[in-house]
Design a protein around this ligand. Structure first.
Ligand code: AMP
Ligand code: MN
Ligand code: MN
Ligand code: MN
Length: 286
């Protein structure tokens, strides 16, 4: 392992600005307490928390990269693209993310109607109580409502029984397209990273197409060590990173002390033979 990879970087987590339960300031404090040296807050489809997060990182004496996690539809599935090190004041990126968030309210009302049909009433209003950003109502907020009301014991159970394809409460949604998401990030001087590739249900051909098209659009990185991967997947996606000439990222995907099994800053280091994304972003680190 070369020293460049021995850095406690956590470049994926969520605050109350999307579907996390902690404020950017509380996350910064927790990251610092856990030994994080380089941090990024990556709220879903939203960069409204970036200035707060950067200021909080500075107050804690941590290095910071701007971040977001863009929802994309690719080959009929939802894919997440993390953006890192972009200019958070870039107007095209802000507009693209605003458009991506735009369909969430309508989708939430349809999810609520769908849940009502299986006897779960008032889910929209119930989910709203957990929402920190009115433009960012997500399935996670519905999951918290279903746990609160005792329909399920914990959030993964809610997703298994209600909020995933084929289950009551699931509403298909069309997000941003891959080219647009990569372009917003890249034109704002950031780099685009495929989030948790091990989570998608693609065939090998579809996965190959995702990586190939992502690269062709200017994508530069892939998450290798993430809270969403098994140790076997660290190895698998380290190989994929090398095959496609992508830099590697590391991030917990932490959402909440009560829900997340991987805490900020607690994952293994990146494998030594990979180029870490922060090496491509040296001039973007705050
Ligand atoms: P949305 O963007 O509204 O579709 O919500 C997606 C979010 O739901 C993800 O970012 C996760 O936070 C959460 N999520 C998705 N699948 C699961 C799961 N199986 N267990 C727990 N949370 C999940
Ligand atoms: Mn989430
Ligand atoms: Mn994700
Ligand atoms: Mn995430």
């Amino acid at each position: 392992m070369t020293p460049k990879n021995i850095l406690n970087a956590d470049l994926h987590c969520h605050s109350v600005v999307s579907d996390g339960t902690l404020t950017p300031e509380a996350l910064a404090e927790r990251a610092k307490a856990n030994g994080v040296e380089l941090w990024a807050l990556t709220d879903h489809d939203e960069i409204g928390g970036q200035h707060r997060a950067a200021a909080a990182a500075k107050a804690q004496g941590m290095h910071y990269l701007t971040g977001t996690e863009v929802s994309v539809t690719f080959a009929g599935q939802t894919v997440h693209i993390v953006g890192l090190g972009f200019d958070a004041d870039n107007p095209d990126m802000q507009q693209g993310l605003r458009n991506t968030r735009g369909g969430r309210e309508q989708r939430a009302m349809e999810m609520s109607d769908s849940l009502a049909k299986v006897g779960i009433k008032g889910a929209y209003e119930g989910a709203l109580k957990f929402v920190g950003n009115p433009e960012l109502i997500s399935r996670t907020h519905f999951a918290r409502f279903l746990v609160e009301t005792g329909v399920c014991r914990e959030t993964p159970e809610v997703f298994r029984k209600y909020l995933t394809e084929g289950k009551p409460g699931y509403v298909p949604h069309r997000w941003a397209n891959l080219r647009d998401a990569v372009t917003w990030i890249t034109q704002a001087q950031g780099i685009a990273v495929i989030a948790h590739p091990g989570r998608y249900k693609f065939t090998p051909n579809e996965e190959y197409a995702l990586f190939t098209e992502f690269k062709a659009h200017g994508g530069r990185g892939v998450e290798v060590v993430t809270g969403s991967h098994t140790p076997q997947e660290y190895i698998k996606y380290a190989e994929t990173a090398k095959e496609f000439g992508l830099a590697a990222s590391r991030g917990s995907d932490f959402h909440s002390p009560d829900e997340s099994h991987t805490d900020l800053g607690t994952l293994p280091f990146l494998p030594g033979e990979l180029t870490p994304v922060w090496e491509l972003l040296a001039d973007r680190i705050q």
